[in-house]
Design a protein around this ligand. Sequence first.
Ligand SMILES: [Zn+2]
Length: 409
Amino acid sequence: MNAQNLCRMLDELGRVSDEDGKLTRTFLSTAMRRANALVGGWMRDAGLAVREDSVGNLIGRAEGTRAGAKTLLLGSHLDTVRDAGRFDGPLGVLLPIVALAELKRRGVSLPFAVEVLGFSEEEGVRFASAYLGSEGYTGRLKAATLGLRDGAGVSVGEVLKEFLGGDFALPKAAHPRGELLGYVEVHIEQGPVLEANKLALGVVSAIAGQSRFKLTWTGKAGHAGTTPMALRRDALAGAAEFTLAAEKLARGTAGLVATVGALTVSPGAANVIPGGVLHTLDVRHASDARRKTALLRLGKLAAAIARKRGLKVAWQRTQDNGAVACSPTLTAQLTLSVQAVQGKSLALVSGAGHDGVVMSALTPVAMLFVRCRDGLSHHPDEYASPRDLGVALRVMVDFLERMGQQHGA
Ligand SMILES: [Zn+2]
């Protein structure tokens, strides 16, 4: 079994774009509809019954051989960021299709039903709101989301009405919780850990929780030539000291990442002492308790720096997502398959959010990470090697066979 078909499908889907010369597919755009038609055809070839739900998710289903058997969900998203690579998302949809086609070719049938899910939206590009696809599938789409507007002033609700050719009602969950075996997502790592460990694959233990803030530092602007150093209240010097303190705290705390990623200085002139600074802070950890402890510590550090420098600092929270622990049983199964194919496995935390975050509200989740070159993603140079994709394919086939035996094939 090699990954030739999978690579060809990734290439072909990578050419389905809303923009000339680069890959961009956003929620329910014309390219997304073409993508669903293309991938739907591949699903049919693999023996799946294909449908689209009311938020444009593509769903391919194979019934199990046992009557009343539960359903295993496999999937990821088919939308992309602007000027994207061709692996982030599509890999997790196409790889299960190829794995199921391989099982069909070998004459292996599974006792449980399988649904391959191609979510219509995960990246949050068009409406600046992520996970519209999985929120629809799990029945968690909120009425308020329907009012969000894109750059052209069109709302989510209007797009959905046009897509359905009639009225849109907020969807219920696609399945009752008791009907499901779990959700497994294959995704490129989007980080450098597998590459550093010289491994094609790793199994995700948890998706990190994430807090984002805007911090405003207020000091006093003044003449850069005439104000003595001892009399200054420099907001940028305070923000810089805080940035280094946050870096030091994260470097000294296992698993913690903290980033100041955007910063605005005012008035912002070469000969004026900065009177104000606005900057972001992004803090993530796989343990919610440790993230909260770190946030308390950062709050104290900022207050101490402000006091010492005669500044004011104000915090505004803009995002707060809890960590998602992956299912111990599904993760153990997946790890066995990775060990069988790769020799050893590696457990790693996902620092990025994924559809699994939303799916975990409906069913246990597990994730398989595939090494990507230089850890690069959200970029046209994003790359996973055919060899690594072949290893991932063998793991998925092995995993499905193991699950089949466990559930009485
Ligand atoms: Zn993704």
